[in-house]
Design a protein around this ligand. Sequence first.
Ligand SMILES: [Zn+2]
Length: 185
Amino acid sequence: MTAPSISRDEVIVLLRGVRPPDAGPPPDAIVGAWLDRLQGYSLGECEAAVLAMGPMARTATPSVIAGSIDNARDRTTRTAMESPGTGTPTATVTSLPGWQRQAQRDRHRKAGWRGIQAVYAAMGWHRDSTVDAARMWRCPFCHAAPGELCGPLSRNRAGHHEPRDRKTLMHPSRLTAGQTSETTR
Ligand SMILES: [Zn+2]
């Protein structure tokens, strides 16, 4: 049973609870951005996440709210499974400082990526180990996190020009970093 995804009107309700009382109606651009980011989450989940933040909710972003809900969902689905053994098993999401939540999300993302690799192995599909190795690295050019795809950036702030490799959709310097790590391992 899943509650319906949050609607535009519900986002306005949520924003009213987060913004200062004298802030007036939230601008359309903000409502749109929040609606976009919170697709797939219900008003109930969003409100629970905001409540759990207490006074911090005043500075909450939709990404923080979404992350908090993801963590809560993870905990719920994990109750019947064994402890993940990744430390801080007694800490609740609401008591975790931001950096720890970020670390937790990184772990989830890496676990997700390991899951994908396991599926490929089980299906006997071929994967390019250069791409896999590169993907475990933060991209030196666009700074995509380990496990994430490179962004479409082709020129960075330092003025360097580096289009993505068309086949792997990764920046060449990331592929090189992956290759180096393979040979020195
Ligand atoms: Zn990149």
